[in-house]
Write a protein that binds this ligand. Sequence first.
Ligand SMILES: [Ca+2]
Ligand SMILES: [Ca+2]
Length: 411
Amino acid sequence: MNIAHNALKTLLLYIIILTPILKVAVAQNVTSYEAKSAIRCSDSPFQSDVLFVTDLKSTYLLQCITELLPAPPKGYLPAPTSYRWSASSGKIEANQDECRWSQPESGLQEIQVSGIMKYLAPNPTGFFSRKLPDIEVPFRSSLKCLIPLQVDVIKNGKVNGFVVGDYPDPNDWDDLKNASNSAMVKANADIYQPPKLFYCVIPETYNLKIFKEYTLGDFDLDPRFLPLKYPRYVVIHPRILRKLDLLETQVRNAGITLSKFKIFYGYRSPAYNLGSREEDGGITLKSGFSTHMYGLAVDILIDEDDDLVMDDLDGDGRTTEEDAKILLNHVNKLDRLLLQQDSELVGGAGWYPHHDFWERGEYVQSPYVHIDARGYTNGQRLVRWIGKDTIGIRKRSNPYKQNAPIPPWPW
Ligand SMILES: [Ca+2]
Ligand SMILES: [Ca+2]
């Protein structure tokens, strides 16, 4: 009797506990909801793993985009969503799903938003129908932002302790002697001013994508070949990112497979450029006013098989200077169009038929192409040049083939 009584009690208890749960489950068709959210910046195209900040004077407008998955059932009405914004540094002016952000500190910063998405259940329609539960789902998102360090005057050739060397003066005749074309440098002195914005490169930021598939480290020297102390600083002008993007489109439209260009050299400081002149075999490969020093240039390969050698673009079964020429022809086509459009993205290009990247030892020898977004031409002619043969000068054999395994990443 007692056992039966206890069993009945337990059953009743279960019914009492389970009924509301079952009701919700039935009402919501056992749906569990998820609120997806993301922070987007409409003011900048440079957003990938991080928002890549290129202008410290700007106020960035950030928007939180939310979506309930799956969509709420028919009849549910959205209630105002609550948002709570915060930032690791800088000034925030939040207004619902939007937030204006300004004056952030340099380095890797983070914006966060959290809140609750709410949908109100429809009112019951019949005498026996019950009110369904409202839907309330919390969400949380964050956006990493890479903020440059502003350096108005480079003192003692250093940026926050990192040696960049002395930038030459485009109005000084002594400095102009080292320019490959002093008249053009002098006439375009505005782009040859010492840069003011430097991005800090550390192992934690090296692999962060700043724009589409391009990482911050793509613009720094490769630590697999040249282990140097961190933190380091690089300059990346937004114009070269926009130009890489246009060139990618142009190359892909021609039917060439390309995930991204492999950047051999992005930023090179004046100290690095001067130091490596000697290593280039005693010849001056690097101009005293190289656009690499201003973050306006990249040396690139198409290297989908990732062997650090230009791919066989013309399909003759081997890598030669002709493969680099195919890429150069695409740069020419793009630059002619940019010149017609009077675009600031127009630039110089160099064809390097044979080249030895001295600091990578025997690992890397490949034809490549230099592109830049210097913004000027030589009248109606594009600025173009052919690189010297450093493999021949250094008497390296077996070009374009690796003869040693590529070193592992140091982290
Ligand atoms: Ca290759
Ligand atoms: Ca070929």
